[in-house]
Design a protein around this ligand. Sequence first.
Ligand SMILES: Cc1cc2nc3c(=O)[nH]c(=O)nc-3n(C[C@H](O)[C@H](O)[C@H](O)COP(=O)(O)OP(=O)(O)OC[C@H]3O[C@@H](n4cnc5c(N)ncnc54)[C@H](O)[C@@H]3O)c2cc1C
Length: 289
Amino acid sequence: MIPSAFEYHRPANLAEATQLLASSEDAKILSGGHSLLPMMKLRLATPSVVIDIGRLDELRGIQEAGGALIIGANVTHYEAETSAVLQQQCPILSETAAAIGDVQVRNAGTVGGSVAHADPSADWPAAMLAVNAEITLSKAGGTRTVSATDFFVDLLMTAMEEDEILTSIRVNANPPRTGGAYLKVPQPASGFALAGVAAQVTLGGDNTIQQVAVGITGVDNKAFRASATEAALQGQAATEAAISQAAAQATDGADALEDIHASAEYRLHLARVYTKRALLQAVERAQNA
Ligand SMILES: Cc1cc2nc3c(=O)[nH]c(=O)nc-3n(C[C@H](O)[C@H](O)[C@H](O)COP(=O)(O)OP(=O)(O)OC[C@H]3O[C@@H](n4cnc5c(N)ncnc54)[C@H](O)[C@@H]3O)c2cc1C
């Protein structure tokens, strides 16, 4: 349980952090440390350089900018859970944050750290897919933006290059008559999702589904969009029958994980059941928005 030896750096700003990352061999960024440090203690990660960005103020805070919300990478799960701006303008994100681990994990872990880590059972990736988040990555001399759909590549693998730092996440504030819900079945000891579903729906005046996005975590190597479910619901009346039928396709194409906590079959079943529940809740919230 003792990590291998490493150099520790605490840069004073983002520019210094990206410079250090560019010039270091085998370096890792440290944010909340709630995934990296356990992995280092188990020697599943053995970086020779650790760059601690956890106290960089420029990566903190949730800003409103032209109908969008910019969530700094260092925003903790607790800050997202309790943010008045998120609760009002994109409440599915506060709901997701509240579902993570326990209060200690939520106080230390960060949104950016969780998204960058891309654990297949983490909660944020499902929500980021459901709100069509855009992820901003910075490196020495450049910044780029990647959609959440393109960001999650495989088990603990993202579109982020080794010299990039996730600096913020941009989401649109909800349009009128939009509702979202994040529901999960947690693994009882850690809280990680055996299956977690984030659904966001925008209704037209006639109660038809104008926009729908469903992100699923805990089931496959990476969080994924329930594309068949979304396609089946687009433009349809938001009825329980339509949602029930569409949710049955939520895991089409999924290659489910299996471990001591849950069989593949059980995870797939949970994902379909929770897709239906999350969609029904999202529609109800959209009707009352
Ligand atoms: C007991 C326990 C229970 C948990 N339960 C849950 C749960 O129910 N749901 C859930 O989703 N998560 C859970 N977690 C994980 C927790 O949410 C972590 O905080 C989160 O996954 C990682 O965030 P962090 O800030 O701690 O990142 P760190 O541990 O600091 O880093 C994680 C990884 O991301 C990289 N990284 C971090 N920040 C950046 C950045 N800005 N740019 C580029 N790379 C970066 C690091 O190099 C590292 O590889 C749990 C953790 C513990 C210990």
